[in-house]
Ligand binder design. Structure first.
Ligand code: 5GP
Ligand code: ZN
Length: 113
């Protein structure tokens, strides 16, 4: 399948990996929007949040656990951070493989535009 995040997960495309286990890989976003901008991605191809089901939601729970741990390791646990999922066109999703952005290290605006 021609999927950029599947290729990153299989190391076919290089990335700056900050965490990896059997279920997920986390790496620095190529175009960071904040001093800390990491993408946390299931290794299995799940197209978007529309495809989260009872069969794979344990991976999403695990991603949030990894995000909390990475926030500590990357030094933003105390200052605060944001976990974002963009879904579909209106959500601003540009890569069709489920991923969660971990953003921090600056004051983030709300609401988003
Ligand atoms: P989305 O807009 O789908 O929520 O987020 C996709 C993110 O993937 C963007 O922030 C974009 O910068 C990042 N991205 C796209 N291609 C690559 C890549 O090849 N390597 C890395 N590390 N990040 C990528
Ligand atoms: Zn994929």
């Amino acid at each position: 399948m021609d999927c950029i995040f599947c290729k990153i997960a299989s190391k076919e495309i290089p990335s700056k990996v900050v965490f990896e286990d059997e279920q997920v890989i986390a790496f620095h976003d190529i175009s960071p929007e904040a001093p800390v901008h990491v993408l946390i991605v299931p290794k299995a191809h799940i197209a978007s949040a529309n495809d989260i089901t009872g069969d794979n939601s344990h991976i999403v729970a695990h991603i949030f656990e990894v995000a909390a741990s990475l926030a500590g390791r990357l030094g933003v646990a105390e200052s605060g951070f944001r976990i974002v999922n963009n879904c579909g066109n209106d959500g601003g999703q540009t890569v069709g493989h489920l991923h969660f952005h971990l953003l921090g290290g600056r004051s983030l605006q709300w609401p988003p535009g």
